[in-house]
Design a protein. Structure first.
Length: 260
């Protein structure tokens, strides 16, 4: 009797656990957001080896997806897919788009793909719209740092749903990541494949711990954000209308350092 009681108790507890990260979303209907990407990669903020020409500092187009917890575009400390590798190294989106489409067809984990135009300088902003669904409330995206060996910024599985409602606005500071597929230390490093492939890691002011690293600022505790993303929920009273270009106040992220 004791064993039976314990078993019934355990089964009841297990049945009360959430199935997945997005299982708790009870919001009604779809929600649309304006996503605004703001580049903060300036020579003042990141003076070391700042790319001025051939090519100058800039950002690739933004490629993102709205999805459930069954899909992952990229994850820190895990291996990048072939699609993420191609995008991070060369800005080529075809393989990554194919991976997203296949995931959507096989396990119905993807709701939609969205993209925003590239930025021709390290600073500035670009934007687009995206749609989330109660079963697909997560947002992931990547933007390539240009020039770089395989560096990018992005978000992995940000949940826009809080219980029974969609969040009105979310802002996230972005920091550089290494895709783990190219071994270059500097923005203009030649192509040198990492064999065997490494996992996706965050680039910090002290890691990789090498003076040649373009983001190596040993006098700092942390790098300032190199970019920022803001997602603003659009009102239902304006179906089909594009949101105005939002002029978000930029927070200072200048590096106080003697390194030139």
């Amino acid at each position: 009797k004791v064993l039976w009681t314990v078993l019934v108790t355990m089964l009841g507890y297990a049945s009360s656990l959430p199935v997945g990260e997005d299982a708790l979303c009870t919001a009604e209907d779809l929600a649309k957001y304006r996503i605004i990407f703001i580049g903060k990669w300036s020579q003042t903020a990141f003076p070391k080896q700042y790319p001025l020409y051939r090519p100058p500092a800039q950002w690739s187009s933004l490629l993102g997806v709205t999805h459930s917890s069954d899909y992952s575009m990229w994850k820190k400390n895990e291996y990048a897919s072939n699609g993420v590798r191609d995008f991070a190294e060369k800005g080529e989106a075809w393989a990554l788009m194919k991976e997203i489409e296949e995931a959507g067809e096989k396990i119905q984990s993807v709701h939609g793909i969205f993209s925003a135009p590239a930025l021709s300088s390290g600073t500035g902003q670009t934007s687009t719209e995206l749609e989330v669904h109660p079963r697909h409330p997560l947002v992931s995206f990547v933007v390539r740092i240009v020039p770089s060996p395989d560096w990018f910024v992005g978000i992995d599985s940000l949940n826009l749903c809080e219980g029974g409602h969609w969040m009105d606005e979310v802002s996230v500071d972005l920091f550089p990541y290494d895709a783990g597929t190219d071994s270059g230390f500097t923005f203009s490093s030649p192509n040198f494949a990492t064999i065997p492939q490494d996992t996706v890691t965050e680039i910090t002011c002290s890691s990789p711990s090498h003076p040649a690293n373009s983001f190596y600022y040993p006098k700092l505790k942390n790098l300032p954000p190199i970019a920022q993303v803001t997602m603003v929920k659009l009102k239902k009273s304006q179906p089909g209308l594009s949101a105005p270009f939002i002029n978000l106040p930029a927070k200072s992220n200048e590096i106080i350092d003697t390194i030139s």
